[in-house]
Design a protein around this ligand. Structure first.
Ligand SMILES: C[S@@+](CC[C@H](N)C(=O)[O-])C[C@H]1O[C@@H](n2cnc3c(N)ncnc32)[C@H](O)[C@@H]1O
Length: 281
């Protein structure tokens, strides 16, 4: 047996051990990127082999948060892909404004940058008081970070440019305070945010949502896990509800594709299928 084959077996054993020991199911993540991340974890923990990493993960439960973080890549930015946020601001929020109460589910919220971006959009549209944002992630550690809303100041300049490009009419500095090389988002922005653990691989329908954002998460999943997540989204959306995916994600290969129709396809915004008119963005 050659080395890559052996490594494949070690990754399978690691994934099984993680599920049996801690209940986290990574068996349906896209294999190539999962393998790369397990390898990186082994090197981060100075393990010579993935089997050694498995042994440490089994016997040192305190490693779990770092293991999850390494496997799930909680990277994000405020107003990431500003054109998407501009579209939400100009095309989607005005449609949501017709509801007396708005629920938004942000699945895979990582460190919360998108949650605060969304809260700012809603505030500026005058909709925040009647909106509830449910921000979920698989990782406890990511959620903790998200609820604190503290980020390195070095990111602020780019985020400020993103905010302007999304159509922001003020200054991002109006929404945060700075000190000690950090910025802290104004905690008023999280007054209608509920942070909660939710695993798209194993948990059920989460809430009745008018808009679901799940960006740059499905890209890590196999087709069958993508289908599972998309079915959850379909079942969680109200009639005519919107789904916003990441720019590198689409429904092309999904068996649930027929349940959604493109609404503003270039921005990966879809609508539950029975109520669709496509806008050209
Ligand atoms: C690359 S980040 C995307 C963050 C943000 N949505 C964005 O686009 O900037 C992916 C996030 O998905 C989360 N994630 C991965 N697998 C998940 C699962 N099965 N259930 C819920 N969240 C998951 C990770 O913990 C991570 O925070």
């Amino acid at each position: 047996m050659d080395a890559p084959e052996l490594e494949g077996i070690e990754v399978d054993v690691f994934v099984q051990a993680l599920q049996k020991r801690h209940g986290y199911d990574f068996s349906q993540y896209a294999p190539a990127s999962l393998k790369r991340r397990v390898r990186q974890l082994a090197s981060q923990f100075q393990c010579k082999t993935i089997s050694h990493l498995t042994e440490r993960m089994l016997h040192e439960p305190e490693l779990l948060p770092r293991v999850l973080e390494g496997l799930t890549v909680p990277a994000s930015d405020m107003f990431r892909d500003p054109a998407v946020f501009r579209t939400l601001r100009e095309n989607i929020l005005p449609l949501l404004a017709s509801y007396p109460h708005i629920n938004i589910w942000q699945a895979g919220c990582a460190h919360g940058q998108e949650v605060y971006s969304l809260a700012i959009l809603l505030e500026e549209a005058g909709l925040y008081e009647r909106t509830q944002i449910f921000a979920t992630d698989l990782s406890d550690r990511a959620l903790q970070h998200a609820s604190e809303g503290i980020y390195p100041v070095k990111d602020a300049q780019q985020w400020s440019r993103n905010y302007q490009a999304s159509g922001g009419g003020q200054s991002l500095a109006d929404y945060c305070s700075a000190g000690y090389n950090l910025i802290k988002l104004n905690q008023r922005l999280r007054r209608n945010v509920t942070f909660a653990m939710h695993n798209l691989a194993t948990d059920g329908v989460f809430c009745e949502a008018h808009l679901i954002l799940c960006r740059n998460v499905l890209i890590y999943f196999s087709n069958s896990l993508q289908d599972r997540a998309l079915s959850l989204f379909r079942d969680s959306l109200v009639r005519s509800g919107f789904l916003c995916l990441g720019l590198r994600e689409n429904l092309e290969l999904a068996s649930t594709a027929r349940d959604f129709a493109p609404f503003i396809e270039p921005m990966r915004i879809y609508r539950v299928a029975s109520h669709v008119e496509t806008l050209s963005a």
